[in-house]
Design a protein around this ligand. Structure first.
Ligand code: SF4
Length: 422
């Protein structure tokens, strides 16, 4: 009997940078476009794939294993769909696709199915005729996992620019989402925020941000009361508005609400907090270690830079204090449980309810998400009981039952629309 191993082609060396195009998707578009600029400056060829849609889901189901979670079907299917497009529509030979393209995504040994993502990509790629196509992984902490992938290694300057791109993308995305329901001319906020983003040159951040600020100031809004609907849940479903979450953000706007969104920067800050918390838990001395200190400085730097950029762009968004969030959640959720959003869903629910920051919380997650449906939602019923001042519903996405999904949200919205207008 032979032990099964998955051959994992993931070499991407510096010498390949000039001819290999890195493909990606799965983050809000404002972030991806800024990241594209940053990695181009670092000498990498980078292409943003079209957003995953229901065709991607069908292809994902055709070539994927049974029992995967929704983001896997959407994102795996989306990659296969794009490669098929290169092969069948643009007539790029399969060997050239395999040698001249690679896919970059987050991965890691998560306790949920995230740990199996790359294997799932490779299975679908094999079965659809792209054996050997490379799937390159960043771990959740942002490390490049393999020395064979030194082509992905960035200088410290590039890494700072990379984080700046995520932060500025987050702020623009938030401005877009929170202003859009109040726009006077339909479509104007999307157009203006896109124009502002295009003014930002990631080589000269400050100059670009002030130019963007000028453009953002041309947004014209009407005064209107709307219930605030906070969206939390599984990372992909809550941050990427598209067919994968039935265009949840736009649906809420159509139903009369305004979305309060969570950011990728906040998630990164949580990962840094977790690393600091783990370092404190496992240290041998009672004194603060240099690792803890460095991580704390990094947290403060990110929070400070984010606040400054928000100020320049005219947005009031604040990042979470992850120490207080952990303290609030810790009474109900074991902080050692790591995976997906960890204790963040429970923590945000408590924080929002205590400070009355929203009228309704929607926790959106892919069908059978282990971390969100299986763990967080088990605790959320208790939190709803303790903090009834905010409505809470958990909804699942599976790509098929849009009507059921929408009607549950409409029912919850009905409960909060009238009180919020008083
Ligand atoms: S967090 Fe949920 S949806 Fe995401 S990989 Fe884990 S189980 Fe799947």
């Amino acid at each position: 009997m032979q032990h099964w191993t998955d051959k994992n082609p993931r070499n991407f060396t510096k010498s390949e940078r000039s001819h290999v195009t890195l493909l990606t998707s799965g983050l809000p578009l404002h972030i991806l476009h800024l990241v594209k600029q940053v990695v181009a400056m670092a000498g990498l060829k980078f292409e943003i794939m079209p957003e995953p849609n229901n065709d991607s889901l069908q292809i994902g189901r055709e070539f994927g294993n049974r029992g995967q979670c929704n983001p896997t079907y959407f994102t795996v299917g989306n990659l296969v769909k794009h490669l098929m497009y290169l092969r069948d529509e643009l007539h790029v030979p399969t060997e050239k696709i395999i040698s001249d393209y690679a896919f970059v995504t987050a991965g890691g040994c998560g306790p949920c199915r995230m740990g199996m993502y790359s294997t799932e990509y490779r299975k679908a790629l094999r079965d659809s005729g792209f054996t050997g196509f490379r799937v390159l992984l960043f771990s959740r902490s942002g490390d490049v996992q393999d020395v064979l992938m030194d082509g992905l290694k960035l200088t410290n300057k590039d890494i700072i620019r990379f984080f700046m791109a995520i932060m500025v993308g987050d702020i623009l995305n938030t401005i877009n989402i929170r202003r859009r329901p109040f726009e006077i001319t339909p479509g104007s906020v999307d157009t203006i925020v896109k124009a502002a983003r295009e003014e930002i040159d990631t080589a000269h951040w400050i100059k670009g941000l002030f130019k963007a600020r000028k453009i953002l100031k041309t947004i014209k809004l009407k005064k209107e009361k709307r219930p605030i609907v906070h969206i939390m849940g599984e990372f992909w479903a809550k941050t990427t508005d598209g067919e994968g979450n039935y265009h949840l953000f736009r649906f809420i706007e159509k139903e009369g609400g305004v979305v309060s969104n969570e950011t990728v920067t906040d998630w990164l800050l949580h990962q840094i907090w977790r690393a600091r918390w783990s370092a404190a838990r496992t240290k041998k001395s009672k004194f603060i270690t240099s690792t803890e200190l460095q991580l704390k400085v990094l947290e403060l730097m990110i929070a400070g830079i984010f606040k400054t950029m928000c100020f320049i762009l005219g947005e009031k968004n604040k990042l979470s204090d992850h120490g207080s969030l952990a303290q609030a959640a810790g009474e109900h959720f074991d902080l050692h449980v790591d995976g997906g959003e960890d204790h963040m869903e429970v923590a945000h629910h408590i924080h929002i309810a205590k400070h009355k920051l929203a009228d309704l919380i929607i926790s959106v997650k892919p069908f059978t998400c282990l971390s969100s449906s299986g763990v967080s939602d088990g605790v959320q019923s208790k939190i709803s009981e303790l903090y009834p001042q905010v409505e809470f519903i958990a909804v699942e996405t599976n790509g098929d039952s849009a009507t059921n999904f929408y009607s549950r949200i409409q029912m919850a919205m009905q409960k909060v629309i009238a009180p919020s207008l008083q």
